[in-house]
Design a protein around this ligand. Structure first.
Ligand code: SER
Length: 308
């Protein structure tokens, strides 16, 4: 029997590429839901507000969904601009699904967390899975709280919820949703289209990043892993590669030597400075076999090829 999979936030930065991969699997029936699309039942597309519990529950019941990927969220920069919307969307969408899962309506949930859970008190380099975690951004607060809820629902009700703390995600298929790490995407795209870019982070601001195919591969790997191998029920650290605006520029110049980069810093610098530079992801490697395929140069090469 085919597995019925629902992706909420299917048109977003991760959702788009996750759906493309899920579609390749012939043992899956994929349902896409997003607030930005029109319902087209024949194509299994549903206009859905992720915070509307009744509608989410109805969709899951009607189609007897087995697995849900909740990818709808407001990222860090947008969350600072609208804290109450960030809390409402990031938290209620998760709490509703945890509750629907608790009633046995579906069997497995994926929910992305972020390196934004870490704050200035956390070690900056090779940040461990468990350390002092005091987020100072609205987004980080919502993700850290969500992690606690995931762990709570697993311990108390046995809800099989799985989560990854994503680093900055670099991708070309869909625009990112207002994150701090999104300068990387904008820089590569503008290098191709304009030959220049003005960056809002300092040249040497180091953050961990991951190319989307690796992020999708990790998401599917954690969901495919046997339940017994998932030992972390808050959220798994995931690394990728460390980079900075100047390092990305250097990598771009291998293809576009005349690329010009200048700087005009804004509030996102402070957000970036509160986050880790690199991540210890040995729990993910040991428990469900995560491995990075794309380093910085390969990511930039693929991005340039795709957007040219
Ligand atoms: N990419 C995210 C952001 O910058 C971090 O998870 O908001």
């Amino acid at each position: 029997m085919s597995l019925k999979v629902l992706v909420i936030g299917s048109e977003g930065q991760i959702g788009t590429e996750l759906c493309s991969e899920l579609e390749k699997r012939n043992d899956i029936i994929l349902y896409r839901a997003d607030i930005r699309i029109q319902t087209d039942r024949e194509r299994r597309l549903y206009c859905l507000d992720a915070t509307d519990k009744g509608s989410v529950e109805q969709l899951i019941k009607e189609h007897q969904i087995n697995e849900v990927y909740l990818m709808a969220a407001l990222l860090s920069a947008k969350s600072e601009e609208n804290p109450s919307l960030a809390w409402h969307l990031n938290m209620n969408s998760l709490l509703h699904l945890l509750d629907i899962a608790r009633q046995g309506r579906f069997q497995k949930l994926f929910w992305p967390s972020s390196i934004a859970v870490f704050g200035p008190d956390s070690p900056k380099v090779t940040t461990p899975q468990n350390c002092v975690i005091n987020p100072t951004t609205v987004y980080g607060i919502s993700k850290r709280s969500g992690e606690f809820w995931c762990d709570y629902y697993f311990r108390k009700y046995g809800v099989d919820v799985r989560s990854i703390r994503f680093p900055g995600l670099i991708s070309h298929a869909t625009e990112p949703g207002g994150g701090t790490t999104d300068y990387s995407v904008a820089m590569i795209k503008e290098a191709v289209s304009k030959g220049r870019y003005t960056c809002y982070l300092k040249s040497d601001t180091i953050l961990p990043m991951l190319f989307m195919p690796d992020a999708v591969k990790a998401t599917l790997a954690i969901m495919d892993a046997p339940k017994s191998s998932i030992t972390v029920r808050t959220s798994y650290n995931l690394g990728g590669f460390e980079t900075s605006p100047e390092l990305i520029a250097r990598s771009i110049r291998r293809f576009i030597p005349e690329f010009e980069l200048d700087y005009s810093l804004d509030f996102r610098q402070k957000i970036a400075e509160s986050w880790p530079q690199s991540i210890n992801d040995e729990a993910a490697v040991n428990d469900w076999g995560f491995g990075v395929e794309y380093d910085l140069d390969l990511t930039v090469q693929e991005m340039i090829r795709a957007v040219e």
